[in-house]
Design a protein around this ligand. Sequence first.
Ligand code: FE2
Length: 375
Amino acid sequence: MSHHIKHFDFNKFKTDHWNKKEYFVNNAHDLQLKQYLPDFQELWNNPLIEKRVISQEGDQFSYKISSFLECLPPSIPTTVFVQNIDHYSPNLKCIYQLLSFIPKYRIEDIMLSFSNEQGSSGPHVDFYDVFILQVSGSKSWKVEKNLRSYNECDEDHLQKNSEIKLLKDFSSDHITYNLHPGDLLYVPSHLAHWATNHEDTNSISLSVGLRSPKIKDFIYSAAHELAECFSEDHRLTHSLFNNQDSFELKIDNLNLFNLPFTLPEEKKSLQLIQLGKLFTENPYWELNETNENQDITLDPQNIKLKSSTRFCYFINQNQYFYFFNGEVFQTSLNLIDQLVLYFNQQNNSITLNPDHEEEEGFIQFIIDNDIIELT
Ligand SMILES: [Fe+2]
Protein backbone atom coordinates (compact mmCIF):
# COMPACT_ATOMS: atom_id res chain seq x y z
CA MET A 1 0.00 0.00 0.00
CA SER A 2 1.45 3.32 -0.93
CA HIS A 3 1.13 6.35 1.28
CA HIS A 4 1.04 10.01 0.60
CA ILE A 5 0.59 13.17 2.64
CA LYS A 6 -3.09 13.84 3.18
CA HIS A 7 -4.49 17.35 2.80
CA PHE A 8 -1.36 18.28 0.90
CA ASP A 9 -1.55 20.98 -1.73
CA PHE A 10 1.49 20.08 -3.77
CA ASN A 11 1.35 23.13 -6.05
CA LYS A 12 1.01 25.50 -3.13
CA PHE A 13 3.87 23.75 -1.34
CA LYS A 14 6.08 23.92 -4.42
CA THR A 15 5.34 27.59 -5.12
CA ASP A 16 5.05 29.18 -1.69
CA HIS A 17 6.89 26.96 0.75
CA TRP A 18 9.65 24.81 -0.74
CA ASN A 19 13.00 26.41 0.24
CA LYS A 20 11.09 29.48 1.47
CA LYS A 21 8.67 28.98 4.30
CA GLU A 22 7.49 26.33 6.77
CA TYR A 23 4.48 24.15 5.89
CA PHE A 24 2.29 22.52 8.48
CA VAL A 25 -0.10 19.64 7.81
CA ASN A 26 -2.49 18.52 10.48
CA ASN A 27 -3.17 14.78 10.53
CA ALA A 28 -0.95 14.21 7.51
CA HIS A 29 -0.81 10.42 7.29
CA ASP A 30 -2.11 7.06 8.50
CA LEU A 31 1.25 5.41 9.13
CA GLN A 32 1.40 3.71 12.50
CA LEU A 33 4.96 4.85 13.15
CA LYS A 34 4.96 4.12 16.86
CA GLN A 35 5.11 0.39 16.22
CA TYR A 36 8.36 0.82 14.29
CA LEU A 37 10.19 2.76 16.98
CA PRO A 38 13.19 1.03 18.50
CA ASP A 39 13.27 -0.27 22.03
CA PHE A 40 14.58 2.80 23.82
CA GLN A 41 16.42 0.99 26.60
CA GLU A 42 18.29 -1.03 23.99
CA LEU A 43 19.00 2.13 22.03
CA TRP A 44 20.35 4.03 25.04
CA ASN A 45 22.48 1.02 26.05
CA ASN A 46 23.94 0.32 22.63
CA PRO A 47 27.43 1.84 22.77
CA LEU A 48 27.73 1.71 18.97
CA ILE A 49 24.89 4.21 18.51
CA GLU A 50 25.80 7.84 19.12
CA LYS A 51 23.37 9.89 21.17
CA ARG A 52 23.48 13.70 21.11
CA VAL A 53 22.03 15.06 24.32
CA ILE A 54 20.84 18.61 25.01
CA SER A 55 19.92 19.43 28.59
CA GLN A 56 18.63 22.66 29.98
CA GLU A 57 18.99 24.23 33.40
CA GLY A 58 17.33 27.63 33.59
CA ASP A 59 18.35 29.49 30.44
CA GLN A 60 21.51 27.46 30.07
CA PHE A 61 21.76 24.65 27.55
CA SER A 62 24.45 22.01 27.79
CA TYR A 63 25.43 19.50 25.18
CA LYS A 64 27.20 16.18 25.15
CA ILE A 65 27.67 13.19 22.90
CA SER A 66 27.10 9.87 24.64
CA SER A 67 27.57 6.32 23.57
CA PHE A 68 25.69 5.07 26.61
CA LEU A 69 22.68 6.56 28.41
CA GLU A 70 21.35 4.99 31.53
CA CYS A 71 18.02 6.81 31.33
CA LEU A 72 16.84 10.37 30.90
CA PRO A 73 17.06 12.31 34.16
CA PRO A 74 13.40 13.11 34.80
CA SER A 75 14.10 16.35 36.66
CA ILE A 76 16.26 17.91 33.93
CA PRO A 77 14.65 18.92 30.62
CA THR A 78 16.52 16.85 28.09
CA THR A 79 16.32 15.97 24.43
CA VAL A 80 18.19 13.07 22.86
CA PHE A 81 18.89 12.99 19.12
CA VAL A 82 19.87 9.85 17.25
CA GLN A 83 20.76 10.18 13.59
CA ASN A 84 20.16 7.50 10.99
CA ILE A 85 17.52 5.78 13.09
CA ASP A 86 16.07 4.15 9.96
CA HIS A 87 19.28 2.14 9.76
CA TYR A 88 18.41 0.50 13.11
CA SER A 89 14.65 0.42 12.51
CA PRO A 90 14.36 -0.13 8.72
CA ASN A 91 10.54 -0.18 8.85
CA LEU A 92 10.67 3.56 9.44
CA LYS A 93 11.71 3.91 5.80
CA CYS A 94 7.98 3.75 5.04
CA ILE A 95 8.08 7.49 5.77
CA TYR A 96 9.87 7.94 2.47
CA GLN A 97 6.64 6.98 0.68
CA LEU A 98 5.09 10.16 2.04
CA LEU A 99 7.86 12.16 0.46
CA SER A 100 7.79 10.64 -3.01
CA PHE A 101 7.98 14.16 -4.49
CA ILE A 102 11.53 14.54 -3.11
CA PRO A 103 14.39 13.07 -5.17
CA LYS A 104 15.57 10.04 -3.19
CA TYR A 105 19.22 11.03 -3.41
CA ARG A 106 18.42 14.23 -1.50
CA ILE A 107 17.38 12.29 1.59
CA GLU A 108 20.12 12.07 4.19
CA ASP A 109 18.52 10.11 7.01
CA ILE A 110 15.76 9.99 9.59
CA MET A 111 16.66 11.45 12.98
CA LEU A 112 14.92 10.52 16.20
CA SER A 113 14.19 13.23 18.79
CA PHE A 114 13.20 12.09 22.25
CA SER A 115 12.29 14.77 24.79
CA ASN A 116 11.13 14.50 28.36
CA GLU A 117 9.01 17.22 29.96
CA GLN A 118 10.26 20.68 28.90
CA GLY A 119 13.00 18.98 26.84
CA SER A 120 14.02 21.33 24.05
CA SER A 121 16.20 21.57 20.99
CA GLY A 122 17.20 25.13 21.83
CA PRO A 123 16.83 27.92 19.26
CA HIS A 124 18.88 27.12 16.18
CA VAL A 125 19.10 27.06 12.40
CA ASP A 126 19.80 24.06 10.20
CA PHE A 127 21.33 24.43 6.78
CA TYR A 128 19.24 21.70 5.26
CA ASP A 129 15.50 21.20 4.80
CA VAL A 130 13.69 18.93 7.17
CA PHE A 131 10.28 17.22 7.40
CA ILE A 132 9.19 16.55 10.98
CA LEU A 133 6.67 13.88 11.92
CA GLN A 134 5.31 13.78 15.44
CA VAL A 135 5.03 10.15 16.56
CA SER A 136 3.95 10.30 20.19
CA GLY A 137 3.36 12.98 22.79
CA SER A 138 3.44 16.49 21.43
CA LYS A 139 5.83 19.32 20.84
CA SER A 140 5.54 23.01 20.20
CA TRP A 141 7.59 24.40 17.33
CA LYS A 142 8.42 28.05 17.16
CA VAL A 143 9.59 29.18 13.73
CA GLU A 144 10.81 32.62 12.76
CA LYS A 145 9.11 34.39 9.87
CA ASN A 146 12.16 35.11 7.76
CA LEU A 147 15.08 33.01 6.58
CA ARG A 148 18.48 33.93 8.00
CA SER A 149 21.75 34.13 6.14
CA TYR A 150 24.65 32.02 7.44
CA ASN A 151 26.23 35.17 8.91
CA GLU A 152 23.07 35.83 10.89
CA CYS A 153 23.48 32.46 12.61
CA ASP A 154 27.17 32.64 13.37
CA GLU A 155 29.58 34.20 15.87
CA ASP A 156 27.92 37.28 17.46
CA HIS A 157 24.50 35.71 16.99
CA LEU A 158 25.34 32.62 19.03
CA GLN A 159 25.08 31.91 22.73
CA LYS A 160 28.43 31.90 24.50
CA ASN A 161 30.15 28.51 24.81
CA SER A 162 27.49 26.99 22.63
CA GLU A 163 29.05 23.94 21.01
CA ILE A 164 25.86 23.30 19.11
CA LYS A 165 25.48 26.83 17.79
CA LEU A 166 22.34 27.85 19.66
CA LEU A 167 21.06 31.30 18.79
CA LYS A 168 21.40 34.10 21.31
CA ASP A 169 18.22 35.84 20.19
CA PHE A 170 15.08 34.30 18.78
CA SER A 171 12.64 36.67 17.10
CA SER A 172 9.57 37.45 19.21
CA ASP A 173 7.74 37.76 15.89
CA HIS A 174 7.48 34.02 15.29
CA ILE A 175 4.77 31.45 14.58
CA THR A 176 4.07 28.50 16.88
CA TYR A 177 2.84 25.11 15.70
CA ASN A 178 1.74 22.41 18.13
CA LEU A 179 2.53 19.03 16.68
CA HIS A 180 0.56 15.94 17.70
CA PRO A 181 0.87 12.35 16.44
CA GLY A 182 0.16 12.27 12.70
CA ASP A 183 1.09 15.93 12.13
CA LEU A 184 3.84 16.98 9.78
CA LEU A 185 5.91 20.14 9.61
CA TYR A 186 8.31 21.16 6.85
CA VAL A 187 11.08 23.57 7.92
CA PRO A 188 13.26 24.90 5.14
CA SER A 189 16.98 25.42 5.42
CA HIS A 190 18.00 28.75 7.05
CA LEU A 191 14.74 29.15 9.01
CA ALA A 192 15.36 29.47 12.76
CA HIS A 193 13.25 27.13 14.88
CA TRP A 194 12.90 26.00 18.46
CA ALA A 195 11.06 22.83 19.51
CA THR A 196 9.99 22.19 23.11
CA ASN A 197 7.90 19.52 24.79
CA HIS A 198 5.51 21.36 27.10
CA GLU A 199 3.62 18.23 28.16
CA ASP A 200 4.43 15.92 31.05
CA THR A 201 4.65 12.90 28.77
CA ASN A 202 7.67 12.09 26.64
CA SER A 203 7.63 13.49 23.12
CA ILE A 204 8.95 11.48 20.20
CA SER A 205 9.36 12.85 16.72
CA LEU A 206 11.21 11.87 13.58
CA SER A 207 12.92 14.29 11.22
CA VAL A 208 13.74 13.51 7.62
CA GLY A 209 16.79 15.60 6.73
CA LEU A 210 17.58 16.49 3.15
CA ARG A 211 21.14 16.54 1.93
CA SER A 212 22.20 19.95 0.77
CA PRO A 213 25.71 20.05 -0.66
CA LYS A 214 27.53 23.37 -0.65
CA ILE A 215 28.16 24.98 -4.04
CA LYS A 216 31.74 25.64 -2.97
CA ASP A 217 32.28 21.91 -2.33
CA PHE A 218 30.89 21.16 -5.76
CA ILE A 219 33.28 23.67 -7.34
CA TYR A 220 36.25 22.33 -5.32
CA SER A 221 35.52 18.77 -6.35
CA ALA A 222 34.67 19.55 -9.96
CA ALA A 223 37.11 22.39 -10.71
CA HIS A 224 39.41 20.28 -12.84
CA GLU A 225 36.58 18.70 -14.83
CA LEU A 226 34.84 22.06 -15.23
CA ALA A 227 38.04 23.59 -16.56
CA GLU A 228 38.21 20.76 -19.09
CA CYS A 229 34.80 21.87 -20.45
CA PHE A 230 36.55 24.79 -22.09
CA SER A 231 38.11 24.06 -25.42
CA GLU A 232 41.39 25.32 -26.82
CA ASP A 233 39.34 27.96 -28.63
CA HIS A 234 38.40 29.60 -25.35
CA ARG A 235 41.09 32.21 -24.86
CA LEU A 236 41.23 35.47 -22.98
CA THR A 237 40.80 38.31 -25.41
CA HIS A 238 41.66 41.86 -24.69
CA SER A 239 40.45 45.29 -25.73
CA LEU A 240 42.98 47.62 -27.22
CA PHE A 241 44.22 50.43 -25.05
CA ASN A 242 43.23 53.94 -25.69
CA ASN A 243 45.40 56.45 -23.87
CA GLN A 244 46.08 54.05 -21.06
CA ASP A 245 49.45 53.09 -19.71
CA SER A 246 50.14 49.76 -21.25
CA PHE A 247 51.22 47.99 -18.06
CA GLU A 248 47.96 48.44 -16.17
CA LEU A 249 45.72 45.40 -15.83
CA LYS A 250 42.03 46.28 -15.86
CA ILE A 251 39.18 43.80 -15.67
CA ASP A 252 37.06 45.98 -17.95
CA ASN A 253 39.53 45.45 -20.75
CA LEU A 254 39.33 41.69 -20.53
CA ASN A 255 36.71 39.75 -22.38
CA LEU A 256 36.34 36.78 -20.11
CA PHE A 257 34.29 33.80 -21.12
CA ASN A 258 30.63 34.04 -20.15
CA LEU A 259 30.66 32.88 -16.57
CA PRO A 260 27.21 31.65 -15.54
CA PHE A 261 27.41 33.87 -12.44
CA THR A 262 28.85 37.23 -11.52
CA LEU A 263 31.74 37.22 -9.16
CA PRO A 264 31.29 39.60 -6.24
CA GLU A 265 33.09 42.93 -6.51
CA GLU A 266 35.46 42.10 -3.65
CA LYS A 267 36.65 39.01 -5.51
CA LYS A 268 37.69 40.99 -8.56
CA SER A 269 41.16 41.64 -7.20
CA LEU A 270 41.53 37.87 -6.68
CA GLN A 271 40.66 37.37 -10.33
CA LEU A 272 43.11 40.05 -11.34
CA ILE A 273 45.83 38.44 -9.23
CA GLN A 274 45.38 35.17 -11.11
CA LEU A 275 45.27 36.97 -14.44
CA GLY A 276 48.29 39.15 -13.62
CA LYS A 277 50.28 36.02 -12.79
CA LEU A 278 49.16 34.35 -16.02
CA PHE A 279 49.94 37.37 -18.16
CA THR A 280 53.42 37.87 -16.74
CA GLU A 281 54.47 34.22 -16.64
CA ASN A 282 57.80 34.17 -18.35
CA PRO A 283 58.96 30.92 -19.95
CA TYR A 284 62.32 32.44 -20.77
CA TRP A 285 63.09 33.37 -17.22
CA GLU A 286 64.61 31.05 -14.70
CA LEU A 287 65.28 31.77 -11.10
CA ASN A 288 69.00 31.85 -10.59
CA GLU A 289 69.24 29.86 -7.41
CA THR A 290 72.85 30.80 -6.85
CA ASN A 291 71.65 34.29 -5.91
CA GLU A 292 69.62 32.94 -3.04
CA ASN A 293 72.23 32.94 -0.35
CA GLN A 294 74.47 35.49 -1.90
CA ASP A 295 74.98 38.74 -0.08
CA ILE A 296 73.77 41.34 -2.49
CA THR A 297 74.59 44.96 -1.91
CA LEU A 298 72.28 47.31 -3.75
CA ASP A 299 72.56 51.00 -4.28
CA PRO A 300 68.95 51.97 -3.52
CA GLN A 301 69.34 55.12 -5.60
CA ASN A 302 70.17 53.14 -8.67
CA ILE A 303 68.22 49.89 -8.94
CA LYS A 304 68.07 48.20 -12.31
CA LEU A 305 65.69 45.38 -13.07
CA LYS A 306 66.34 42.70 -15.66
CA SER A 307 65.06 43.98 -18.99
CA SER A 308 63.51 40.56 -19.77
CA THR A 309 61.23 40.91 -16.76
CA ARG A 310 57.51 40.80 -17.64
CA PHE A 311 55.62 43.39 -15.70
CA CYS A 312 52.08 44.60 -15.15
CA TYR A 313 50.16 46.05 -12.21
CA PHE A 314 46.78 46.98 -10.90
CA ILE A 315 45.50 49.16 -8.06
CA ASN A 316 42.67 48.23 -5.74
CA GLN A 317 41.64 50.25 -2.69
CA ASN A 318 45.04 51.94 -2.15
CA GLN A 319 46.83 48.65 -2.56
CA TYR A 320 49.25 48.20 -5.40
CA PHE A 321 49.74 44.81 -6.97
CA TYR A 322 52.94 44.51 -9.00
CA PHE A 323 53.51 41.41 -11.11
CA PHE A 324 56.94 40.32 -12.23
CA ASN A 325 57.36 37.07 -14.13
CA GLY A 326 54.25 35.47 -12.66
CA GLU A 327 54.95 36.57 -9.07
CA VAL A 328 52.97 39.24 -7.26
CA PHE A 329 54.06 41.84 -4.72
CA GLN A 330 51.25 43.59 -2.84
CA THR A 331 52.01 46.86 -1.10
CA SER A 332 50.72 50.32 -0.25
CA LEU A 333 53.82 51.67 -1.99
CA ASN A 334 53.21 53.62 -5.17
CA LEU A 335 56.07 52.79 -7.52
CA ILE A 336 53.96 52.92 -10.66
CA ASP A 337 55.47 56.00 -12.28
CA GLN A 338 59.00 54.76 -11.71
CA LEU A 339 58.31 51.22 -12.90
CA VAL A 340 56.34 52.31 -15.97
CA LEU A 341 59.09 54.75 -17.02
CA TYR A 342 61.73 52.09 -16.39
CA PHE A 343 60.03 49.33 -18.39
CA ASN A 344 59.27 51.84 -21.15
CA GLN A 345 63.02 52.45 -21.28
CA GLN A 346 62.48 56.07 -20.41
CA ASN A 347 64.45 55.80 -17.18
CA ASN A 348 67.67 53.92 -16.50
CA SER A 349 66.94 52.95 -12.95
CA ILE A 350 64.51 53.23 -10.12
CA THR A 351 65.16 54.85 -6.78
CA LEU A 352 64.08 53.43 -3.46
CA ASN A 353 64.38 54.36 0.14
CA PRO A 354 65.60 51.26 2.00
CA ASP A 355 64.74 52.79 5.38
CA HIS A 356 61.09 52.62 4.47
CA GLU A 357 59.80 49.27 5.66
CA GLU A 358 57.76 48.45 2.56
CA GLU A 359 60.52 49.54 0.19
CA GLU A 360 62.83 47.22 2.11
CA GLY A 361 60.27 44.46 1.50
CA PHE A 362 60.21 45.31 -2.18
CA ILE A 363 64.01 45.12 -2.37
CA GLN A 364 63.91 41.69 -0.72
CA PHE A 365 61.19 40.60 -3.19
CA ILE A 366 63.21 41.57 -6.27
CA ILE A 367 66.28 39.85 -4.85
CA ASP A 368 64.36 36.67 -3.97
CA ASN A 369 62.76 36.59 -7.41
CA ASP A 370 66.00 37.30 -9.17
CA ILE A 371 64.80 40.25 -11.18
CA ILE A 372 67.54 42.67 -10.27
CA GLU A 373 70.24 43.37 -12.79
CA LEU A 374 73.53 42.91 -11.02
CA THR A 375 76.19 45.03 -12.63
FE1 FE2 B 1 16.61 21.68 13.78
